[in-house]
Design a protein around this ligand. Structure first.
Ligand code: GLC
Length: 474
């Protein structure tokens, strides 16, 4: 079966968050299970610069977008068994970042239109287009209103995956006529609560809708998590389900990760100790050998639970631990963390950037990994942390609930320390339980670390579930 996986980001070419990891690992796993898979993504400036000369030019054509006729070029490269197609348009994509521009709505509307326009020009007409998150959410609507009258497009089915409902893709109603050139009937299918909502239209029009963990699928149908879209999702529950993400276990493997100071596995755990010592030197942390490192590698956004940390940060630092944070995000949290690092020199290291190399070193050095998310569709970091032998401390939400069962400190069963309410002192209590376990229960601690490291976080089973859904559509 031919599957075209559409995403605004995909490793190894361009990655901002977890979506970029999934858009690399899931297509790879699907191809490994015998499907014909291609990925389509925009050709950003960074990709053009880094892969110049390597990419193969395929074709170009005009892309109608409202009254405009835009240029659409296509480049191609094989990455393992997966073909990557890149949509070239420098007006929209010759920029430093993936998201965050005033015309993001138009940029990704263009991308959706261009990828559909591309199909007759490449040697790959998909049975299923798997569209991800709001940037690809206009695919089902465009397919229905502009392409389905064309014979070749008629059998194409669509799957839409919600990686995060926090970002829905909203635009004023006038955008529908001025930029998209939609008919009145199409506008009806895009308008929701007084504005256009890309994700809303995809939820209604895609043949199947999925999200990235089973628990989040249930949460999204409640007001607290799904907001106004919760009732829409309830209404489509017959075609909506959750499939928990995996991670690429070749890429995230402490035994062969090229970024580490020292590689290790369960049999050579001394390597983890070396990595911890070196990271301390690297980040200017005190050489307190027996003190645990608590790490966070995260976007510094509200829904990641940073306000809980902010609320109890000084109480937290009264504990015997060192804190290492890596990530960028809201100024409010960046400032709070910088202040914290200034207040506790040698005990807190704050690194306000995106840095895959340092991320690996932190996973490898950490003893505990903190994810107090307010909402977390799946979360990949907790799985990477476990694979690198750091025990997660998580709030019981979304995929964190599905992937981290609470530790029983007496038996060493379970995977991490969890708390339920979105409450800073409940988080602190989970940290305290984890610290007690670290200092007082050495054999059980080891048991949890080892079994986490050996757990199967691969994509195998989840990819099979996606395939079952793709096949059920035809
Ligand atoms: C988004 C979600 C995250 C999920 C990732 C990949 O970044 O916030 O929870 O793991 O997408 O699906």
């Amino acid at each position: 079966m031919k599957i075209l996986f559409a995403s605004a980001e995909a490793a190894p070419y361009m990655k901002v968050g977890g979506l970029g990891d999934v858009a690399y690992a899931l297509p790879k796993a699907l191809a490994g299970q015998g499907e014909e898979v291609a990925v389509v993504m925009p050709l950003y400036k960074g990709i053009k610069e880094q892969f110049v000369g390597e990419l193969e030019f395929v074709c170009d054509f005009g892309v109608p977008l409202g009254w405009r006729q835009q240029y659409g070029g296509v480049f191609r490269q094989m990455c393992g068994d997966v073909t990557y197609y890149f949509i070239d348009n420098e007006y929209y994509f010759w920029r430093d970042d993936v998201y965050g521009y005033h015309d993001d709505g138009e940029r990704f509307a263009y991308f959706c239109k261009a990828l559909l326009e591309m199909l007759p020009h490449i040697d790959f007409f998909p049975d299923v287009i798997h569209a991800n998150d709001w940037p690809c959410a206009l695919v089902p609507l465009f397919l229905k209103h502009f392409y389905q009258q064309i014979e070749a497009y008629r059998p194409v089915k669509t799957m839409f995956t919600i990686h995060n409902i926090e970002y829905q893709g909203k635009a004023p109603l006038t955008f529908a006529t001025e930029v998209l050139g939609l008919s009145e009937a199409a506008i009806q299918e895009l308008a929701f609560n007084g504005c256009l909502n890309f994700m809303f239209s995809a939820i209604c029009l895609a043949d199947k809708v999925t999200t990235v963990s089973e628990n989040y699928a249930g949460e999204l149908q409640t007001d607290y998590y799904g907001g106004a879209l919760s009732s829409v999702l309830q209404g489509v529950s017959y075609k909506f389900c959750g499939i928990t993400n995996g991670i690429d276990t070749e890429l995230f493997n402490p035994k062969q990760d090229p970024h580490l100071f020292h590689r290790y596995d369960v049999k050579t755990m001394a390597g983890k100790k070396i990595g911890k010592r070196k990271l301390r030197e690297h980040l200017g942390l005190l050489p307190e050998e027996d003190v645990p490192i608590v790490a966070m590698v995260s976007r510094l956004a509200g829904h990641k639970g940073l306000e809980l940390l902010a609320y109890v940060r000084h109480e937290l630092m009264q504990r015997r631990l060192q804190l290492v944070v890596l990530g960028t995000g809201d100024a409010e949290f960046e400032n709070m963390l910088q202040e914290l690092a200034g207040t506790y020199p040698g005990r807190v290291s704050v690194n306000l950037r995106y840095d895959a190399d340092l991320a690996s070193k932190i996973y490898a050095a950490a003893d505990l990994f903190l994810m107090p998310s307010k909402s977390e569709p799946c979360g990949l970091a907790q799985m990477i942390a476990m694979r690198y032998g750091a025990i997660p401390i998580v709030r019981e939400t979304g995929g964190l609930y599905d992937t981290v069962a609470p530790v029983d400190p007496e038996t060493g069963e379970g995977q991490g320390f969890t708390f339920k309410s979105y409450n800073a002192h409940d988080m602190l209590d989970a940290v305290d339980r984890a610290l007690w376990f670290y200092y007082e229960k050495k054999p059980e601690w080891k048991k949890v670390v080892y079994s986490n490291m050996e757990r199967d976080f691969g994509w195998g089973k989840s990819a099979e579930r996606y395939r079952a859904i793709y096949h059920s559509m035809h």
